[in-house]
Design a binder for this molecule. Structure first.
Ligand code: CMC
Length: 450
């Protein structure tokens, strides 16, 4: 039997709200009938306490620092899975059999190249264009090549389009980089796996093949799979919002790319390195910088810290910190910015401002240092986040597509603008403006204060 919560409203009115319990014991009040039964809606600016959907893809316990994809702990996935297996797990719901894994891998290889005349699109962007701007535009453009009818008609077609997107997003990102530095675009290779192929397209030149090291491949594989999904974050909610209006998969994930770009979201990985660069160049002591952050009037935030859901260490940050240490040691790199990041973390974790607000390092705090060590330029960081997040966006799009009872996402609002006003004719508006102007003319500013 379903539990019911009773809500007592002004005027003695009562509302009875069914309690919904998730598989991990999270409890929610179903308010879907609240307005029709009582005339009330709920108000939750920024959706800080709103469950927007039921989802079976990713589970987060922000208090304990737990993250699971389809029931598997992220630590286990990080140890045992490739990014491509992780993508299949997220989208299909299960770990793939060896045959399915091979078939998906072949599908990605088959769809890795862009249509030949796509090159013209890259040429249409100015050299300084941000890769995220190119990425979102190109994914939308891809739709018109790949899915002329705009709709996905069956499971096979869904997997073809999904595979094509997961594969091509990496080709587009690498091509966006190449065009931004004025180099020739590099074709994908059929004999390389996903991550190696991306590094090849990023760093090979027509006259010199780039051969990625095993540690570079491993670090990037980890980066991608740790970013693969994170339940109802800003970009995924955007994808679901767009999908709920029955937009096609390309249009929905292109919207996700745009949402990811913001520096409170995916753009934070770039913002972290920018912050570390400034601290390094200015030699500002870490304690001084943290004091500035504590002073809210400075408007400065510690980038790579804090999270809407985690009130504990983001488990992805823990994994990336370890990977970062290992990678720098193997590559024999000493990066002063890592020292600064470690000092920042140390100071913040013992500072009352951060402790009382339960602010811990998030996924973006160490990822930028890894990407820098791999030679990825800062402007590409968020594009790499988008490559990683693509399977999660697709899995969430599919959840909406498969739900034949899915409703269009359409929140309500509490209107706080003017109440009904009498119409003012243009003639009267002009007269009012004239009289305001003439006041200005007759009373000069300097005389007004006298
Ligand atoms: N530095 C300083 N103060 C912070 C920070 C921070 N990084 N994050 C939150 N706060 C303070 C904030 O000022 C507020 O203080 P008060 O209660 O006195 O007003 C309190 O902590 C709660 O912050 P909030 O902005 O209400 O929390 P939120 O859940 O709306 O924001 C966040 C979450 C991630 C946008 C925020 O923590 C932030 O801006 N962090 C820095 C940017 C960042 O690293 N973003 C990446 C997030 S993880 C990857 C992803 O989602 O893409």
């Amino acid at each position: 039997m379903t539990d019911t919560a009773t809500l007592s409203l002004p005027g003695g009115q009562m509302a009875y709200l069914p309690v919904v319990v998730g598989t991990e014991g999270e409890r929610a009040l179903d308010i879907s009938r609240l307005r029709s039964d009582t005339g009330y809606i709920t108000l939750d600016d920024g959706y800080t306490n709103t469950g927007s959907c039921k989802s079976a893809i990713t589970f987060i316990d922000g208090e304990k620092g737990v993250l699971r994809y389809r029931g598997y702990n992220i630590e286990e996935i990080a140890k045992r899975c490739s990014f491509i297996e992780t993508a299949q797990l997220l989208i299909s719901g299960d770990l793939p059999s060896p045959e399915k894994r091979k078939a998906f891998s072949d599908l990605l290889t088959e769809h890795s190249a862009l249509p030949e005349d796509f090159r013209r699109h890259f040429a249409g962007f100015p050299v300084h264009a941000h890769p995220m701007s190119i990425l979102s535009a190109m994914i939308n453009a891809l739709q018109s090549y790949d899915l002329p009818g705009l709709s996905i008609d069956d499971e096979e077609e869904f997997w073809r389009v999904s595979g094509s997107l997961i594969s091509k997003v990496r080709t587009i990102a690498a091509a966006a980089y190449k065009s931004s530095i004025g180099e020739s675009l590099i074709y994908p290779r059929y004999d390389l796996k996903y991550v190696e192929n991306f590094l090849h397209m990023m760093f090979s030149r027509p006259y010199r093949e780039y051969v990625p090291t095993a540690e570079a491949t491993q670090a990037l594989n980890l980066f991608f799979l740790l970013h693969a999904d994170h339940e109802q974050n800003c970009s995924t909610s955007t994808v679901r919002m767009v999908a709920s209006g029955q937009a096609n998969l390309y249009a929905s994930v292109a919207a996700g790319v745009c949402a990811l770009w913001g520096k409170s979201h995916g753009g934070a990985n770039q913002a972290v390195i920018e912050m570390l660069n400034i601290l390094q160049a200015s030699k500002t002591p870490v304690s001084e910088y943290v004091s500035k952050i504590r002073d809210k009037s400075s408007g400065i935030r510690l980038m790579g810290f804090g999270h809407r859901v985690y009130r504990h260490y983001d488990p992805r940050a823990t994994l990336l910190k370890k990977a970062c240490d290992d990678l720098l040691a193997k590559m024999e790199i000493h990066d002063e910015r890592l020292d600064i990041a470690l000092q920042l973390e140390e100071v913040a974790l013992h500072d009352d401002y951060f402790v009382s607000r339960q602010l811990y390092p998030n996924v973006d705090f160490y990822s930028g240092i890894i990407l820098t060590a791999l030679g990825i330029p800062m402007e590409m960081f968020t594009a790499l986040f988008a490559i990683g997040r693509m399977p999660g966006w697709i899995a969430n799009w599919k959840e909406i597509y498969d739900n034949k009872d899915a409703k269009i996402y359409r929140p309500r609002q509490v209107y706080v603008g003017p109440s009904e006003r009498a119409w003012v004719s243009r003639f009267h508006r002009e007269r009012e403006t004239e009289s305001d102007d003439s006041m200005e003319f007759r009373v000069p500013n300097e005389l007004r204060s006298m």
